[in-house]
Every structure is written in structure tokens, then in C-alpha cells.
Design a protein around this ligand. Structure first.
Ligand SMILES: *Cc1c(COP(=O)(O)O)cnc(C)c1O
Length: 232
């Protein structure tokens, strides 16, 4: 899979360049490879090329992939980044390391109850809807503090930060606006005493804008694995 290896390196270079422009340490930006719709073999190839954090959106697909890659358990970090229904939280609590898409208290409570006692706390980002009506998922910015505090109080969860999925359209300058909203909210919550260290924002089309606005984790699918094809 020469393309994949080449793409991975190109994405690392994009992160490094954007960090340089922003005057930031490129090591402060973690690359999350979003492998949804791509087979376990692609994840294995990316892992062999030094990629360790992978993001998945669709639970059933993800669980099949986790099974196929069980031999790599311990050296892969799995992040659930998709919409989460409250009746599907258990396998996420049991098998993932991170969840980026917590957007209501009920989901956080279920994940906390279902996180097995032998595992470290589940890392959680609260998803925020920074672009108003464009996307329906995520808490309103004004509600983020309340949900974040509730997550922080749950012992089997570890509150890490905030996540957003603004539509990656327009110029870099235009793309920066929603990322700035999330970053300012992040700074506000930190100033209010919440111990956040993760700003999860930026995809293939707006990685640079996100890094310029302070992203600490970018979630990149297409630019690494290629265009996705959905079967339905
Ligand atoms: C699919 C997806 C990504 C990756 O998007 P690309 O444009 O393919 O890089 C990032 N974050 C979330 C939440 C996604 O669903």
C-alpha cells in the first residue's frame, strides 16, 4: 500500500508546516487516522508505518475491525468519533480508549457505568456544535461547561477536551472562524478550572485552519486512506 504510506507522510508534513506557521511545536498536534469504511488491512499498514491512534464512526464496522486487529491490542489506541446512541454505549465503554462524541449527560453516565473496572478511565471529549444549524450533533456552546463538569465528576471517565466538526468549506481564513469559537470556549473552560488538554478539530479539508487555531488532535481520513465509498 505505497499510496497509504505516502499519504501518511504527506499529512505529517502538512501538520508540521501548519505548526511551523503557527509558531507551535508539531509534536503538540496528535494525528488521529480516521479509518471508517476502510479495511483492517489498511489500519495494519498504517500502524506498521508508525501510526498508532485510529478513529472509527460506525460501531458495528469498528468492532469487526477491532476483532481483526486483536493481535495489535496494546499498541493501537481506538477513538470512537461517531454519533452514539444511548443503547449502543456498552461496547464503546468496553473496547475503546477515547470517545470524542459525547453530546449529552445520559451518554456520559452510561459510558461511566459500563466502563469495566479493570480498565483505565475512558478519555472523553465533549462534542460542541460550533456552526449552529449546519450540524445537528453536539451541545450548544453555552451548554458545554455544564456537560464538561458532569463528565469530569464521573470517576471512570477522564474529561480531556472539546471536539467539533465544522464543515470544511471556504478559504483557510473562513475555516478558522468555527475553530476559533471552539478554541475560545476551550480556553474559557480551562480558565474556569476544568483540566482540559485536548482540542479535537480539523479534518482533511481544514487541517491547516485547525492547527492555526490551536488544535491538539486532528482527525484525518480521506487524505490518508483515500476517498470513501459508502455501500448505501
Ligand atoms: C469522517 C470523519 C473525519 C475525517 O474526515 P476526512 O474529511 O475524511 O478527513 C473526521 N472527524 C469525524 C467526526 C468524521 O466523521
Amino acid at each position: 500500500m505505497p499510496d497509504l504510506i505516502h499519504n501518511l507522510e504527506a499529512v505529517r508534513q502538512r501538520i508540521a508546516l501548519a505548526a511551523q506557521v503557527a509558531g507551535r511545536d508539531p509534536r503538540a498536534v496528535t494525528l488521529l487516522a480516521v479509518s471508517k469504511t476502510f479495511p483492517a488491512e489498511d489500519v495494519r499498514a498504517a500502524h506498521a508505518a508508525g501510526q498508532h491512534a485510529f478513529g472509527e464512526n460506525y460501531l458495528q464496522e469498528a468492532l469487526t475491525k477491532l476483532d481483526a486487529l486483536a493481535d495489535l491490542r496494546g499498541s493501537i489506541e481506538w477513538h470512537f468519533i461517531g454519533p452514539l446512541q444511548s443503547n449502543k454505549t456498552r461496547p464503546v465503554a468496553e473496547r475503546f480508549d477515547w470517545v470524542h462524541s459525547v453530546d449529552r449527560l445520559k451518554i456520559a453516565q452510561r459510558l461511566a457505568e459500563q466502563r469495566p473496572a479493570g480498565l483505565p478511565p475512558l478519555n472523553v471529549c465533549v462534542q460542541v456544535n460550533v456552526s449552529g444549524e449546519a450540524s445537528k450533533s453536539g451541545v450548544a456552546p453555552g451548554e458545554a461547561a455544564q456537560v464538561a463538569r458532569a463528565v469530569a465528576a464521573l470517576p471512570t471517565l477522564r474529561l480531556r477536551g472539546l471536539m467539533a466538526i465544522p464543515e470544511p468549506i471556504g478559504s483557510i481564513e473562513a475555516q478558522r472562524a468555527p475553530h476559533r469559537v471552539l478554541r475560545e470556549l476551550f480556553e474559557q473552560l480551562r480558565a474556569d478550572g476544568l483540566a482540559l488538554d485536548t482540542l479535537s478539530m480539523g479534518m482533511s479539508g481544514d487541517l491547516e485552519a485547525a492547527v492555526l487555531e490551536g488544535a491538539t488532535m486532528v482527525r484525518i481520513g480521506t487524505a490518508i486512506f483515500g476517498a470513501r465509498e459508502y455501500s448505501n
